[in-house]
Design a protein around this ligand. Structure first.
Ligand code: ADP
Ligand code: MG
Length: 681
């Protein structure tokens, strides 16, 4: 008897070779086969050419007007062209390497042609042709990604056979009451609809079912992880001293925003719990995450623990260290800084004091994860700009304590759909408010030919005593070109401002010491214009800088441009951001436009997602986003929310853990290893 786990080799016509090809496609069992979904559907419905946009696929019924002409292009290659009348349109159809059609395409014959419509040239690039008027049978046919290994037709045959063999035997993982509530197709009809749809509506309905199924499975896995973590007591109870915390907050030079107070409460509440904190703190650039981090670290210190704060760059780590040292000075908290440029002797002493507990808070770069960095009682770990670190680096730091509480901070506003997918197993705190009194940054998009007027505006700011950044894009493919580019811009500006203003240069090739010296000179006002690659992107704080000039801005994503813009607008003066860009694509133009229209990082993030899709959102680095087969994080956000809510609720009910209705889902969870306590963070 066939069941879902039977090998596909049991199907008729699958020999050794085909089995090998299927395996290469990741298909070994009947279930693998049935859950291989088409990536698109060929639409064979007749269309009117007048209504068909350029480059769209069409099927038309037409009459051959003239005898075809054929052009031989060398070995087995040919181009056949035939003039046909489709409705009222006299157009050409072209077929490549199908010379045998010449005999069949007789003038006056009625044919049905499918292909891509080249509207400008009035040509259909034909992919298939049937002779005679369109038959009624297929309107709509799935197309699978088979890497050319197996012909589509043959693949569909296997699919048909597998479906027929399984009949009504396919277990349905989605409980009946849920199917009914959401009007989801039951499994048999769903598979039928996705592989052999009667029409577009049937396919769409089937797709909806599998999108829900896929997102429900995914959410069940991450929500189960979250629940297991929260129910477990293998964490650290950090019983902080509320009085001391209050005194510290009162000593700060400003009142916390309501959003900062809220997230401090959320984090502190979590610190006291016996489970391990795994929390993401999201807040736009300049929203004031550092002080929140400081308050919570202090909480850990008042409870007798050590804290660690890891930042992606030395500059940032130093700035954090400076801030925290100053804030904590009156409270007797010892802060230390460890980075790659810490001198050997100083480092040895520091590690000693860390191990014997006299250092309370250690701040640093990834130098913190070196094996000889040993804490005496690490209870709370914060990672700033978490996406700059790999999973492994974050894990090593965490393992330096005994299940310490963990907080990740990010200034990249993440659209909700991505956040609940990539970080669904975490708790999330959001600072959605800026400190009062901030002036809105004025953003302008300028063409490169307008550079002259940009320079005069820049000069006005400098004359008023302000400072500026000039950012050149990182050339990812080449470190060398990248530096060269920055050097050129630096030389240009240095010549232009020669004798009037100081121009500085910063790029990835400088040593840590050199970078530090440049950054220090900029923050002390000894440099007026800082030319830099994106190394200044994160976190750096120079309140007197009011002018952000971005060269070739079209080469940045929205999230990154917004980050860069956040370097200015940090002080009392009006700030400006000028994007120098001549984007070629509409998408690029839309990105520049969006930047001028809003300062809201979350809105820009949503826009970025819409324009560039989920894959590009997080950039090249591993994103934590799974490859969904059907679900689409941009368009299926309602289904995603529903699946998430359902997963959370299900896991809280006894029915889920006991009732037969949920057997298939429980099995799925067991097989994914989640219930054995395996984790994937
Ligand atoms: P980010 O969230 O980007 O890390 P920072 O923590 O660097 O932001 O804060 C940006 C600036 O805002 C800093 O100069 C900080 O001192 C200031 N700041 C933070 N919170 C407040 C507040 N509640 N009121 C006024 N200024 C604040
Ligand atoms: Mg910051």
């Amino acid at each position: 008897m066939t069941d879902l786990t039977s090998p596909v080799t049991g199907l008729k016509g699958i020999g050794k070779e085909t089995a090998g090809h299927l395996e290469a496609l990741g298909i070994e069992t009947i279930a693998d086969l049935l859950w291989t979904f088409p990536h698109r559907h060929e639409d064979f419905r007749l269309k009117d050419l007048a209504q068909t946009p350029h480059n769209e696929r069409v099927t038309v019924e037409c009459k051959v007007e003239r005898e075809p002409t054929i052009l031989f292009l060398g070995r087995n290659k040919s181009r056949l062209q035939v003039t046909v009348l489709a409705g009222r349109h006299l157009v050409k159809v072209v077929f490549f390497n199908q010379g045998y059609l010449k005999q069949k395409l007789l003038p006056g014959a009625i044919i049905t042609v499918t292909g891509k419509w080249d509207r400008g040239r009035q040509v259909i690039n034909g992919t298939s042709v049937t002779f005679g008027p369109k038959t009624e049978q297929v309107d709509f046919e799935p197309v699978y990604s088979l890497k050319g290994l197996i012909p589509q037709k043959r693949f569909r045959k296997y699919m048909r056979q597998a479906l027929d063999d399984m009949g009504a035997e396919i277990p349905d993982a989605i409980p009946l009451h849920i199917q009914e509530a959401y009007k989801l197709a039951p499994i048999a009809d769903g598979l039928e609809g996705i592989h052999f749809p009667l029409d577009a509506g049937h396919a769409k309905q089937a797709r909806r079912r599998f999108a829900y199924e896929e997102l429900l499975f995914f959410q069940l896995r991450i929500q189960a992880l979250r629940k297991i973590r929260k129910d477990s007591e293998h964490g650290t109870i950090i019983q902080y001293d509320l009085q001391k915390l209050r005194a510290f907050i009162a000593s700060l030079p400003y009142e916390l925003t309501a959003a900062q107070k809220r997230v401090v409460n959320e984090i502190c509440k979590d610190l006291k719990e016996p489970h391990r904190m795994n929390r993401l703190l999201q807040g736009d650039v300049g929203s004031g995450k550092t002080v929140v981090a400081a308050i919570c670290l202090y909480g850990a210190v008042t409870a007798g623990f050590q804290g660690a704060l890891m930042a992606p760059t030395e500059i940032l780590a130093e700035q954090h260290a400076e801030n925290l040292t100053e804030w904590f000075e009156p409270f007797g908290v010892r802060v230390a800084l460890l980075s790659g440029s810490t001198k050997t002797k100083e480092r040895r002493l520091l590690l000693e004091e860390l191990a014997n507990g006299s250092i309370d808070i250690l701040i640093g770069t990834h130098a913190l994860i070196q094996p000889d960095v040993i804490f005496s009682k690490l209870g709370f770990v914060i990672t700033d700009e978490q996406h700059r670190f790999g999973v492994e680096q974050r894990r090593i730091l965490r393992d330096k304590g005994d299940n310490p509480d963990v907080l990740f901070m990010t200034a990249t506003p993440i659209p909700r759909t991505l956040a609940i997918t990539a970080f669904g197993e975490m708790d999330v705190s959001i600072i959605d408010e800026m400190p009062a009194g901030r002036k809105q940054i004025e953003t302008h998009w300028m063409k490169k030919e307008q550079f002259g007027s940009v320079l005069s505006k820049l000069e006005m700011e400098l004359a008023a005593g302000r400072q500026a950044y000039a950012i050149c894009p990182l050339i990812e493919e080449s470190d060398k070109l990248d530096v060269q580019n920055a050097v050129e811009i630096y030389e240009q500006l240095a010549t232009y401002f020669s004798g009037r203003y100081h121009v500085g240069l910063m790029h990835g090739r400088l040593t840590a010491d050199e970078k530090d010296a440049v950054m220090r000179a900029f923050s002390e006002g000894a440099i007026d214009v800082l030319v830099s690659t994106t190394v200044v992107e994160v976190g750096v704080n120079v309140p007197n800088a009011t002018f952000m000039l971005v060269y070739d801005a079209e080469r940045f994503g929205l999230a990154q441009l917004h980050q860069l813009r956040g370097r200015v607008g940090r002080g009392e003066h009006q700030s400006y951001c000028v994007l120098l860009a001549d984007p070629k694509s509409d998408e690029g133009k839309e990105r520049m436009q969006s930047m001028t229209e809003t300062n809201d990082g979350f809105r820009l993030a949503e826009k970025d997602l819409e324009l560039r899709g989920p894959g590009d959102f997080f950039g090249r680095k591993q994103s934590g986003l799974p490859d969904f087969k059907v679900a689409d994080l941009v368009h299926d956000y309602r289904i995603l929310e529903t699946a998430r809510k359902d997963a959370i609720e299900m896991l809280e009910t006894d029915a889920f853990w006991q009732h037969d209705d949920y057997q298939a889902l429980r099995t799925m969870l067991e097989q994914s290893g989640v219930l054995q306590g395996e984790r994937f963070d």
